[in-house]
Write a protein that binds this ligand. Structure first.
Ligand SMILES: C[S@@+](CC[C@H](N)C(=O)[O-])C[C@H]1O[C@@H](n2cnc3c(N)ncnc32)[C@H](O)[C@@H]1O
Length: 252
């Protein structure tokens, strides 16, 4: 997508993000999973956004830090109760330009795929590995690709219908390059009689896509070898929480 940088998605969607993703998609299970692993923390969330996951974790007493490329998304986080207590570095999460080491570094909501090339994904994993404590873990939450979602490489899906709004998810699938480009479109009643006045808010973004096993292979190739653990949610949702732990160094 032309003119698309690390900050583009957040800058375009910040004003409507919390509204579009409310109620939060599967966030309770994700928060519980991360809280268990983070224990005493600290934890770093890559692409922290408006704090959908970070704020409930901080409320559990876990020290959470974040990185995000979008000032607008982070401004939404900071405007929330306790939001300004979470230290956030503005930048590209692939660089992981932060001080210190973390018990858990996590990237949720399929956002690792905002990095479109395997080179950038591998760079990110290498930088993550350099910021994990000895007993630390890298957690990714991704959907499991389902090519059957697409008909002739495209899909229009009704995400939700409310009395004055319908939210559509439109996407194009490029299987050869493992890319999906999508737009969320909110059609809203602009105040006149139904269906006569409407407006739309869009948040187009390209993303790469791959299987959990391919990500594990990519981690190993990036020099971040370790034990991978994938867990599928019991509700059968096509979503996978994966935990990678670095190889333990033998005691000396
Ligand atoms: C789908 S939102 C997820 C936000 C939050 N983690 C959540 O679960 O609600 C994606 C976030 O990734 C950020 N983002 C996308 N690409 C990025 C990059 N290369 N570096 C840093 N942040 C990025 C966006 O600004 C946005 O806040």
């Amino acid at each position: 997508m032309e003119g698309y940088g690390p900050e583009t998605y957040g800058e375009r969607i910040a004003d409507v993000y919390d509204d579009l993703f409310h109620p939060p998609t599967s966030s309770v299970e994700t928060v519980e999973f991360l809280a268990r692993l983070a224990a005493d923390g600290p934890m770093l969330e890559l692409a922290i956004g408006t704090g959908r996951i970070a704020l409930p974790l901080a409320a559990e007493g876990i020290e959470v830090h974040g990185i995000d490329a979008s000032d607008a998304m982070v401004a939404k986080l900071r405007a929330k109760p306790s939001g300004s207590d979470i230290p956030v570095t503005i930048g590209d999460f692939a660089d992981v330009e932060v001080e210190g080491r973390y018990r858990v570094i996590a990237i949720v909501f399929n956002t690792l795929w905002a990095l479109l090339t395997q080179e950038d994904q591998a760079r990110c994993v290498r930088n993550v590995a350099a910021h994990l404590t000895q007993d630390g873990a890298f957690v990714t939450e991704m959907y499991v690709p389902d090519p059957a979602r697409f008909d002739r490489g495209q899909r229009v899906h009704v995400r939700n219908i409310e009395s004055r709004r319908v939210v559509l998810e439109t996407s194009l699938h490029d299987p050869a390059n493992q890319r999906v480009s999508g737009q969320l479109i909110a059609l809203e009643d602009g105040g006149g009689s139904p269906c006569t006045r409407s407006s739309s808010a869009t948040s187009g973004r390209p993303s790469s896509t791959s299987w959990p096993s391919a990500l594990a292979f990519g981690c190993a190739n990036a020099g971040a070898d370790g034990n991978a653990n994938h867990s599928m949610p019991p509700d059968g949702a096509s979503r996978c929480l994966s935990r990678r732990e670095p190889e333990r160094q033998p005691d000396t």
